[in-house]
Design a protein. Structure first.
Length: 313
């Protein structure tokens, strides 16, 4: 009882317990669910959400929401095959260029929010709408096949039996956790999210930190786009759309306050895994797409009510 009582007071612990409970129940009730290969596949899918949600976590900690994450993933997945130079046999130049574009989009989001005083949710929504229109003009309705060897390696390689995407997610997780909890900049993000006025009076620069947090969000979304491209071997308009709402849901499921100032990326990690597991369980039902969407939305709402609840004072 003490463990259960403590879990409901700690959203992070509760999210981990929910993941463990769902995996245990599903492993005993669904044939093959608990197999190593299937669980590895779920973690590989969760890696994309987790990486995209890394930047989303930072933005939400500062009290904003980045609605351009899905569009940046799509931009990266479509432009990378088009801009990869033929003279680069490794494909690293194309990856660097794609990441630079994604990071630049994040920087523009931050500049709009910091200098033009546009609320981040509006600025990123406008950016997403602009990018979607631009991609339709560039790519039309056709898919773009990737030939970049580094991207293919990232999406398909399994060193020591572990997918590269999971390893990349592990590296991103370590970097973000160190950034938030072991570096002064993380404390500034939390301070601005908790009380912007007090943080400004203490000498914390809103402009600089807004630029940094949105630039990082663009970079991580671009990284997720490269991983998606490598896993699917092609990019198309809308490939990043599913990761917008899931990146937000993963953050909130992990106990981070949607109002900012409280939370940790350590909670986003099991939040991403829980989302992917929920999707897999709903797919097993073999319902129509409409009913699957209804069930998914209902389950996510229920999970948010449980794991994202504030501790009672």
């Amino acid at each position: 009882m003490n463990i259960i009582r403590s879990a409901f007071r700690n959203p992070l612990l509760l999210t981990f317990l929910l993941v463990a409970l769902v995996w245990i129940v599903a492993s005993f009730t669904l044939r093959g669910f608990g197999a190593y290969g299937h669980l590895r596949y779920l973690l590989e899918l969760a890696a994309v959400i987790g990486i995209a949600a890394a930047g989303q976590t930072l933005v939400i900690l500062m009290g904003g929401i980045d609605l351009s994450v899905g569009a940046v993933i799509t931009v990266t997945a479509i432009l990378l095959p088009l801009i990869s130079p033929a003279w680069d046999p490794t494909g690293l130049a194309g990856i660097a260029a794609a990441l630079a574009i994604a990071t630049g989009i994040g920087l523009m989001n931050g500049a709009g929010a910091a200098y033009l005083r546009v609320p981040p949710i509006i600025m990123t929504l406008a950016m997403a709408t602009f990018l979607q229109g631009l991609l339709v003009i560039i790519a039309g309705g056709s898919a773009v096949t990737v030939t970049n060897p580094a991207v293919i390696l990232l999406g398909q390689a399994r060193p020591f039996g572990i997918p590269s995407g999971i390893i990349l997610w592990l590296v991103v997780s370590i970097v973000v956790l160190l950034l938030v909890h072991r570096m002064p900049i993380g404390a500034r993000f939390l301070a601005l999210g908790a009380n912007p006025l007090a943080a400004r009076l203490s000498g914390v620069s809103v402009t600089r930190n807004t630029l940094i947090v949105h630039t990082l969000s663009g970079f991580f979304a671009g990284l997720a786009g490269i991983l998606v491209l490598g896993m699917n071997r092609q990019g198309y308009v809308g490939i990043g759309d599913p990761y917008l709402l899931t990146s937000i849901a993963a953050v909130v499921l992990g106990g981070t306050s949607i109002l900012g100032g409280r939370g940790t990326y350590a909670g986003t990690i099991p939040g991403a895994i829980l989302l992917v597991t929920t999707t897999a369980l709903i797919t097993v039902v073999n319902a129509s797409p409409g009913w699957r969407s209804i069930m998914f939305g209902t389950l996510i709402l229920a999970l948010l009510l449980v794991s994202g609840r504030e501790a009672r004072r």
